[in-house]
Design a protein around this ligand. Structure first.
Ligand code: PXG
Length: 472
């Protein structure tokens, strides 16, 4: 048995945590057997943009936790608000004709920052649940509109909408589908607007914008194939996050919007990552000038201090449902949890008072962008892209005379991820794309450190790959 924590630190040693973890903790999206042998990294503390391991090592968090700690770590305002709320009312349900102050206040505060025409929030505990909710509500909407045949959802390959059965089905992750017999019935997928991975290789006749239009028009073709009378909604992230920070060509979203405007289908914009300032506006929908009907949200909603998600519902969808559906037979015990709402309110206050969204748009966003884009000068980087504070590097084997990808996709990315942490920076890898999504509080000095460490990591990667015979 592991020993008791020492009096000085109340923490055990890394090895003790790793042993307990290896024996008893099944991690998400992890080869648990492999991790148990390797030992999990033990993060014990964090402040601002910096993580600290149980051994006292400091690492710059280039991923804001998991795309969520937008206001940075160690915000006493949030901690205090949650503690106060827990003393006052740690829980009460919102099911049986009741509300409580934080739920009512947070709902109103969200409506204030939401796009025009959005006045209602259905609270969930995660982004996945928000997408289960949207699946249910969008179908109810068409029932209320007298069009009950409109049941089919169109999503995109390599999209991520969560890990519940509906979330994983709406998403287009082949590995997730393959493992569990998904997607469920009633969900179809079209291609993604990933220029570097799929458009660039189509030949010299295809421009980036031409490719964007091509991929957008797959939606039109899919609607034709299924029959508009059977299509409920199209769902997409403004920028695919877990899919590898796929920033679509400029032509893509206007064409999607045109198609959705011309057809009678709902447009669901999954703002779980892009919401709350990530792209330099409150919503990814603002950045790409999208007019959504429904917006699943989570992550930056509480900056991850307490788990929470929700579905923002436009008046267009809400009004007929309120008029005609009667009871919506759906909800979660912790919908509108008081502590989560208190965290969300304090988080919103910080975003507004510190003008963090504007900061991403006008200051730290452009500052980091300029430096991040220069990483394309590294011999292993085929493309650098970034919008707001979310970016990616595409690792390639060679750039001259033409771009050559690594044969075994994802191997270089995985090695790079580990080297990055060794260099004191968390980057996430998606295949051979290296991803960053740092807290919106990132300082200029920290942006410099981030880019410097990314470059050092790439140099170390070149050495490692050469040594391992993966690069000549
Ligand atoms: N929609 C989007 C766009 C997401 O990015 C979800 C829904 C689901 O949210 P919850 O709260 O249920 O996880 C997400 C979540 C990764 C990674 O590896 C990304 C997410 C979650 C876990 C891992 O990049 N995004």
């Amino acid at each position: 048995m592991p020993g008791a924590p020492t009096a000085q630190s109340n923490l055990r040693s890394a090895a003790e945590y790793q042993a307990m973890d290896a024996a008893h903790h099944w991690h998400p999206f992890t080869d648990t057997g492999h991790l148990a042998k390797k030992g999990a990294r033990v993060i014990a503390k964090a402040k601002g943009c910096w993580l600290e391991t149980v051994d006292g090592e400091r690492i710059l968090d280039g991923m804001a936790g998991l795309w969520c700690v937008n206001v940075g770590y160690g915000r006493e305002e949030i901690v205090e608000a949650v503690a106060r709320q827990m003393r006052e009312l740690p829980f009460y349900n919102t099911f049986f004709q009741t509300t409580h102050p934080p739920a009512a206040e947070f709902a109103a505060a969200l409506a204030e920052v939401a796009p025009e025409g959005f006045n209602r929030i259905f609270f969930t505990n995660s982004g996945s649940e928000a997408n289960d909710t949207v699946f249910r509500l969008a179908r109810v909407y068409w029932d209320c509109m007298g069009k009950p045949s409109k049941k089919i959802f169109i999503g995109r390959k390599n999209a991520y909408h969560g890990s519940t059965v509906v979330g994983a089905s709406l998403g287009g992750m082949g590995a997730m589908h393959g493992q569990s017999g998904l997607p469920i019935e009633g969900i179809e997928h079209i291609g993604q607007p990933w220029w570097f991975g799929e458009g660039r290789t189509m030949g010299p006749g295809v421009s980036e914008d031409g490719f964007g239009l091509m991929r957008a028009r797959e939606l039109e073709a899919k609607i034709e194939e299924i029959g508009e009378e059977n299509v409920c909604a199209f769902i997409a992230e403004p920028i695919q996050g877990a899919g590898g920070v796929v920033i679509p060509p400029d032509s893509y979203w206007p064409e999607i919007q045109r198609i959705c405007d011309e057809r009678e289908i709902l447009l669901i914009v999954d703002e779980v990552i892009c919401g709350f300032g990530r792209t330099g506006n409150w919503w990814g929908s603002d950045t790409f000038n999208i007019k959504p009907d429904l917006m699943p949200i989570a992550k930056g909603m509480t900056s991850g201090y307490i788990p929470m998600g929700g579905l923002m519902i436009s008046d267009k969808v809400a009004e007929p449902v309120i008029d005609k559906a009667g009871e919506f037979f759906h909800g979660y015990t912790y919908s509108g949890h008081p502590a989560a709402c208190a965290a969300g309110l304090a988080n919103l206050r910080i975003l507004k008072e510190e003008k963090l969204v504007e900061r991403v748009r006008d200051d730290i966003g452009p500052y980091l962008q300029e430096r991040w884009l220069k990483l394309v000068d590294h011999p292993l980087v085929g493309e650098a892209r970034i919008r707001g504070l979310v970016g990616a590097l595409e690792l390639v084997k060679r750039k001259e005379p033409t771009i050559e990808m690594f044969e075994e996709r994802g191997r270089a990315g995985e090695i790079c991820r580990d080297l990055s942490v060794e260099h004191g920076l968390v980057m996430r890898h998606v295949g051979d794309a290296m991803i960053i999504s740092p807290p919106l509080t990132l300082s200029e000095g920290e942006a410099d450190v981030l880019v410097e460490r990314a470059w050092q990591t790439l140099d170390a990667l070149a050495d490692r790959l050469t040594r391992d015979g993966l690069l000549s």
